[in-house]
Write a protein that binds this ligand. Structure first.
Ligand code: COA
Length: 209
């Protein structure tokens, strides 16, 4: 699989790509500002991740025949479209990058490798009610972590704590949907439906506002 593009519904799509070196001409679609950002990344692996995730955005947009508008990072680090149309979110992890696009609503996406050590750091990102329902299993913990990352990225604002402001409802390891909410912030409480995929040793989650 070099690229997997999937229409989620009539307004949204996601693309998952293997991270690899990209010939310069394949990146011609980037805006001038994005090309500058890319030049400023000195670490070769980071440059590949950055470029592949922008290609993933382009693949998702192409599935709707929407031209790539260019993206800039807002003050929180969230990518915003330069023409003010549509919403994206992106993620990269060892070997893979992914992006989600939605025409009308904010989105969040995340990928994480399933690692044993996550069970030992659960106290940093989990509420005690979540610790109670989660099995002491790296997959279950990674699903919880990644669901919170997707929710965090969908809302986009810094200062939201995974442990204190994002709460997940009980879910099983094979649940295709995880429900979670943001609460106790200056903004209204909001409920999120997070979908997930398990691909070999990697968990992918995404949510649409
Ligand atoms: C910034 C953060 C969302 C990045 O996630 P990550 O898993 O480290 O990395 P990913 O590859 O999945 O995602 C990186 C992308 O997230 C996006 N991103 C960064 N800040 C964002 C924000 N505030 N909102 C939405 N998306 C954001 C960027 O597009 C970034 O990619 P880029 O640098 O190539 O543009 C995450 O590290 C973070 O800060 N989380 C909140 C802090 C926190 O509470 N941490 C845990 C407490 S125990």
């Amino acid at each position: 699989m070099q690229t997997k593009i999937e229409k989620i519904d009539s307004s949204s799509a996601l693309a998952i790509k293997i991270i690899e070196d990209q010939p310069e001409e394949k990146l011609d679609f980037l805006s001038f500002r994005e090309k500058l950002s890319l030049c400023n990344i000195s670490h070769a692996e980071k440059r590949k991740e950055w470029a592949t995730s922008r290609l993933a955005i382009k693949d998702a947009l192409d599935s709707f025949d929407i031209p790539y508008p260019g993206y800039f990072k807002d003050e929180h680090g969230k990518s915003q479209s330069m023409n003010g149309r549509g919403f994206v979110s992106l993620t990269h992890t060892a070997g893979m990058a992914a992006a989600i696009f939605h025409q009308d609503n904010p989105v969040g996406i995340d990928m994480d490798l399933i690692r044993d050590k996550i069970v030992n750091i659960g106290f940093r990102f989990l509420d005690s009610s979540e610790v109670d329902f989660l099995e002491k299993d790296p997959l279950h913990y990674t699903l919880a972590w990644s669901a919170k990352e997707s929710i965090f990225k969908c809302q986009g604002k810094r200062g939201v704590s995974f442990r204190e402001n994002i709460l997940l409802e009980p879910f099983e390891k094979d649940s295709k949907v995880i429900w979670g909410k943001i609460y106790g912030t200056d903004h209204d409480d909001h409920h999120f439906q997070v979908r997930n995929r398990i691909m070999d040793q990697t968990v992918l989650t995404y949510t649409i506002w």
